[in-house]
Design a protein around this ligand. Structure first.
Ligand code: NAD
Length: 431
């Protein structure tokens, strides 16, 4: 019988029991390890000297954060200034040269970024590339040291494929469908206000906006009138005349959204006006999962409601789909919010509010799975645009000790080397 079978079985059982996940357990183990090192310092030094003639305290190990080199930043149109400048801050702070490719769809901002911004930066280190998919395609033929892309998953795949040709590392900040679970136990009007505001902010053209609601049928019957009250309070009886409701960026995007208004049954809104690219704040009910509004990212002021029995069914529903960029859960019961958080995965999570988690510079912002890879904001931006170089500086002498590494390999040398290899995972510095 292999002696390790029992050991592994024991450890697997312990892991399955969940004990190792509790913070107290992990802290206790690390404290135990620390005590082992402190209590046995002398013993360990003697053992190391006997085995390896180690003198490692003379080494100095550190991480050097270095700029990647020339980086490409590709941005979308929905927050055309923020989504170009925030990554740019990280790239410049880390010491890179930058090619900035704003979206060709937000033409006015693109023009200002191309004509005015370069006057404020050293133009020998900074360039703006203008144009649409064709120009981006040409840019992607070039070799960059890092590519930071914000946009749709479809184009994200094009960017990653192009980057792979040069083994260029990427950050992909993508989109998707962000679920929003509303529990039966919640403050109805507060939830309605928050959901409506976050869905209609920038006319719904926000990557982290709640994209659909999951709630019980009973909650839906109460939530729809509460959302209507919120819409009237924010935008008046005629939302079209409200100065606080945005418009859809361009005809193509408007036509796509107009098509989505035909899904399910309109419970609120549903009006549109092509001349203004206006879509009314809209809530859809009786929607089928197979309809386009539940298949694609909406990116407009339209909110479908899907019915689930409770948090467990909501978690199942979310888990059957791609991991979203953001996920929301509203409940007066903290355990319900925690249940949704623990049972799912997403780029970010916010309990009892909309996308406020992404406004904190102390939290990383980014997706997971189909919603992207990598993270930025605050210090995370600096780290994203830096290569973390692992460095060890060793004194030039002590050759007698290190000579053990060289051939010819006597039995004694081999024994020492073997022991050194075994401890590599911990702290072997002999090699
Ligand atoms: P998009 O993917 O169409 O375009 C983004 C950029 O890629 C633009 O600069 C565009 O010129 C370029 N591009 C478009 N087609 C291309 C092609 N075939 N080849 C090469 N480059 C191409 O996205 P969009 O419509 O500008 O923005 C909306 C999308 O961006 C949504 O999916 C939204 O969720 C996502 N988004 C994500 C975030 C985030 O932080 N995760 C933020 C904003 C928007």
């Amino acid at each position: 019988m292999d002696p390790f079978v029992d050991v592994l079985r024991r450890l697997r059982e312990a892991f399955r029991s969940g004990r190792t996940r509790a913070a107290e357990f992990r802290i206790a183990q690390l404290k135990g390890l620390d005590r082992f090192l402190q209590d046995n310092k002398q013993l360990l030094q003697e053992a190391l000297a006997k085995d390896l003639h180690k003198a490692t305290q003379l080494d100095s190990a550190f991480i050097r954060k270095e700029p990647f080199g020339v980086v490409l930043i590709i941005a979308p149109w929905n927050y055309p200034l923020n989504l170009t400048l925030v990554p740019l801050v990280g790239a410049l702070a880390a010491g890179n040269c930058v090619v900035l490719k704003p979206s060709e769809i937000s033409t006015s901002v693109e023009k200002v970024l191309a004509e005015v911004l370069p006057r404020y930066l050293d133009q020998s280190c900074f360039a703006v590339a203008l144009g649409g998919p064709e120009v981006t395609g040409q840019l992607l033929e070039q070799r960059f040291d890092y590519i930071f892309f914000t946009g749709s998953p479809r184009v994200g795949k094009i960017v990653m494929t192009a980057a792979a040709k040069h083994l260029t590392p990427v950050t992909l900040e993508l989109g998707g469908k962000n679920p929003c679970y509303v529990d039966d136990d919640c403050d109805l009007q507060t939830v309605a206000n928050r959901v409506v505001w976050f869905r209609c902010f920038n006319a719904g053209q926000t990557c982290v906006a709640p994209d659909y609601i999951l709630c019980s049928r009973e909650m839906q019957d109460r939530l729809v009138p509460a959302m209507q009250r919120a819409i009237t309070r924010f935008y008046g009886d005629d939302p079209k005349s409200s100065p606080d409701l945005g418009r859809i960026i361009a005809d193509k995007q408007f036509q796509r959204l107009q098509g989505l208004l035909g899904c399910g049954r309109v419970a609120i809104g549903g009006q549109s006006d092509e001349t203004e690219r206006y879509i009314a704040p809209t809530v859809l009910v009786d929607v089928q999962e197979t309809e386009p509004v539940m298949q694609e990212e909406i990116f407009g002021p339209i909110l479908p409601i899907m019915n689930v029995q409770g948090p467990d069914e909501a978690v199942d529903f979310i888990r059957r789909r791609e991991k979203p960029l953001a996920l929301y859960a509203f409940s007066n019961n903290r355990q319900v919010v925690k249940r949704v958080l623990a049972g799912t995965s997403s780029g970010g999570f916010c309990g009892n509010d909309g996308f406020m988690h992404m406004t904190l510079a102390t939290l990383p912002f980014g997706g997971v799975g189909a919603s992207g890879m990598g993270r930025y904001h605050g210090k995370f931006s600096f780290d994203t645009f830096s290569h973390h170089r692992a460095c060890l500086l060793r004194p030039p002498g002590l050759e007698k000790i290190y000579a053990m590494r060289y051939p010819p390999y006597t039995r004694r040398n081999l024994r020492v080397l073997q022991m050194a290899m075994e401890t590599r995972g911990c702290s072997c510095t002999l090699l």
